[in-house]
Design a protein around this ligand. Structure first.
Ligand code: IPD
Ligand code: CA
Ligand code: CA
Length: 276
């Protein structure tokens, strides 16, 4: 297969189907395991941070499926089944199961998330919504799709007609008061706020126009890498909480349809000065 191109040295669009195939293979494994999963198979990584053999085996499926696509590409994975050398131009950024707590509690909202980073930029994203069998794909400059159909962010230009998504902090409570103040303001000015429990899916549902926006802090690159590409390619805007492009180092993310970005950013900044 021809992987070279004018753009980034790689023909991103030509590798997308292979990456998608790998995501679905891992997702099918996760779905199969759900039927026989028992609570005693859960390990506690940290307070409220859970993992099981399912996350780890799904990650191994993904790593072995991606290995030959780009020779010498690096891997940054949540479950650390492969070491990161930090020396390659390209890095696969993988969350084998985003929404582990949902999976463990049989809540049908979890996904497989695979991103490709070129130096510091995310350039390709695939997220598989396992239980709804929806495959989100995007490559830089090629648009975003859900099950092969092009997707776009919503047209809404005000908060009043928007449903938002967020993630509540579950093991870092330092900013709780600020978060509650922000909610108070947003409850009264939106159609509602959802907490699905999978940041990767939240971002995809911004990309397809269901959510007007999504915000959260404390996330890792594997939670958001793929979703960032998918939202941007669907016409949306993604920044950190200060409006810059430092979502990974700042560990804050605001993704919207673009039209409500500034108003939401202003609200976040008013109620949620991080001073981190
Ligand atoms: C979690 C989900 C969740 C977010 C957490 C993440 P995990 O990922 O994305 O929505 O609120 O911060 O850690 O642990 O299920 O892969
Ligand atoms: Ca995650
Ligand atoms: Ca995970």
């Amino acid at each position: 297969m021809e992987y070279q191109s004018h753009n980034s040295g790689l023909n991103l669009n030509s590798i997308l189907p292979t990456v998608a195939h790998v995501a679905v293979k891992a997702g099918d494994f996760v779905k199969k395991e759900l039927l026989s999963f028992h609570h005693d198979q859960v390990k506690i990584k940290d307070f409220n941070s859970l993992v099981s053999y399912v996350d780890i085996e799904a990650e191994k499926i993904i790593v072995s499926g991606l290995r030959n696509i780009i020779p010498n590409a690096d891997f940054l994975t949540e479950e650390n089944t492969i070491a990161l050398s930090g020396e390659s131009t390209y890095t696969w950024v993988i969350d084998p199961l985003d929404g582990t707590t949902n999976f463990i509690h049989s809540l049908p909202f979890f996904g497989v998330s695979i991103a490709l980073k070129e130096k510091e930029d995310f350039v390709l994203g695939v997220v598989y919504d396992v239980m709804h069998d929806v495959l989100f794909k995007a490559a830089r400059s090629y648009g975003a799709t859900a099950n092969g159909k092009e997707i776009f962010v919503s047209e809404t230009d005000n908060l009043e007609n928007s449903v938002l998504a967020t993630g509540f902090p579950y093991n870092a409570f330092d900013h709780m008061e600020k978060y509650l103040n922000l909610f108070r303001a947003l409850f009264q000015n939106t159609r509602g706020i959802r907490r699905f429990g999978s940041a990767a899916l939240d971002l995809c549902y911004v990309a397809n126009g269901s959510f007007g926006g999504f915000f959260e802090y404390g996330l890792n690159p594997w939670d958001v890498g793929a979703g960032i590409v998918i939202v941007r390619e669907a016409g949306g805007q993604v920044t950190d909480f200060s409006g810059s492009n430092n979502m990974i180092s700042d560990k804050t993310i605001l993704a919207t349809n673009g039209k409500i970005h500034n108003v939401l950013l202003a609200s976040i900044r008013r109620h949620f000065e991080l001073n981190m």
